[in-house]
Design a protein around this ligand. Structure first.
Ligand SMILES: Cc1ncc(COP(=O)(O)O)c(C=O)c1O
Length: 389
């Protein structure tokens, strides 16, 4: 143990992203003059839509530099509530909307108010890696439930029922999911909700990739019941990762404890970002975001068959987000080593499965189509040469 700075035991369970090492290596190679195709990055390549940036600049000019209420600007909470009505026909009282520093802030608040030490939280494996750590931070037990293509890489009611124990307090799902891009239908969500409710648990639904849907209609878990916690963010669909702004919609009776926790751990989300985000729901921005959604869809429709033709197995067409989760076992025994060699030798950066859990990670790779179609084509050609097709 380090005597000068004794690190708490919980930190043994908080792991870094392996992809960060890969990204650092990619940046090194770029600094040496190598060209790298980035298919590892989980954020939009587009900059924030211009009207939102302008609104942020105006907010600074107008001197909006003070704290907002911990729950966020009332006007922004109202706009978010309105967006559920116009997009999904769901009526939400704005008092249930809490503005947070990213979905990450929302997840911390939700775990903070729900999870006692030792409480178990069920989640899909593969899944978003930080979820395990948010649970660990409040001394809970993240329980990874292995999922595969047979359930579209999602939890379902049977899996939740089978994994439930007396310690289970909550289930966390994401639709569309990271790293697989697959969706949960309202029907599937409702079935999970019923199992959870019968056991007096809580359902948390991460809808951060909502809006980035390419097949079928999007939905929100808020249409099912008002005691589901919904997480969302301006990061992905609105292209605002660096502004660090997200939100949660909470059951009415949970807003007060979440407000109390937010006051203590954040005070409030960034004021500048909140003012900028007021513009995110304008018609002008909607047009830009729709163009971008179509561009992501074009990329997916190119990349999916192109990777399959190289021998990657992608048996579920992901209906959303900007990821393809491919089985690489026909091409490599260990996806981590494959990703490292692919970067060093062919200049293509991808994320190996081991960032997303412990269920067959060595057999999987996540490709993010957060780069131009031209770059994706170049990336595919480089992979083709690398594997000797
Ligand atoms: C599923 C999921 N949830 C939450 C987050 C956190 O997003 P942010 O804090 O930027 O809103 C991410 C980021 O990649 C994600 O993929």
């Amino acid at each position: 143990m380090n005597k000068r700075c004794p690190i708490a035991q919980r930190m043994q369970h908080i792991h870094p992203f392996y992809v960060m090492e890969l990204l650092a290596r990619a940046r090194d190679l770029e600094a040496q003059g190598r060209s790298i195709i980035h298919m590892e990055i989980g954020e939009p390549d587009f900059v924030t839509p211009a009207p939102i940036i302008k609104a942020g600049q105006n907010a600074l000019g107008a001197g909006h530099t003070h704290y907002t209420p911990a729950l966020g600007l009332p006007a922004l909470r109202q706009k978010i509530a309105d967006s559920y009505r116009s997009n999904y026909g769901v009526l939400i009282d704005p008092s249930r909307v809490l503005i947070t520093p990213g979905a990450s802030g929302a997840l911390q608040l939700v775990m903070g108010v729900l999870i006692n030490p030792g409480d178990a939280v069920l989640m899909a494996d593969p899944g978003y890696p930080c979820n395990r750590h948010f649970v660990r931070l409040v001394e809970g037990e993240p329980i990874s439930v292995p999922v595969g293509s047979e359930t579209d890489y999602q939890l379902n009611a049977d899996l939740v029922e089978a994994a439930w124990t007396p310690q289970t307090r909550a289930v966390l799902v994401a639709s569309p999911s990271n790293p697989t891009g697959t969706l949960l239908s309202v029907k599937a969500l409702r079935a999970i909700y019923q199992v959870v409710k019968e056991r007096r648990g809580v359902l948390i639904v991460d809808e951060i990739y909502q809006g980035l849907i390419y097949d079928g209609e999007g939905c929100s878990a808020l249409s099912i019941a008002d005691d589901i916690f919904v997480i969302n963010s301006f990061s992905k669909y609105y292209g605002m990762t660096g502004w660090r702004l997200g939100w949660a919609v909470a059951p009415p009776e949970c807003v007060e404890p979440m407000d109390r926790l937010a006051q203590n751990i954040f005070l409030a989300a960034s004021t500048l970002s909140q003012h900028a985000a007021l513009e995110a729901f304008s018609e002008e921005v909607a047009v830009i975001l729709e163009e971008r959604r179509q561009e992501y869809m074009r990329r997916r429709d190119y990349l999916l068959p192109a990777l399959q033709s190289l021998g990657f197995d992608i048996s579920v067409v992901p209906g959303g987000a900007f990821y393809l989760y491919a089985r690489s076992s026909k091409l490599a025994q260990d996806s981590f080593q494959f990703a490292q060699s692919l970067l060093n030798e062919a200049g293509v950066a991808v994320t190996p499965g081991r960032d997303f859990g412990s269920h067959k990670p060595e057999q999987h790779i996540r490709f993010a189509y957060t780069t131009s179609l031209e770059n994706l084509e170049e990336g595919v050609e480089r992979i083709r040469c690398f594997i000797g097709h």
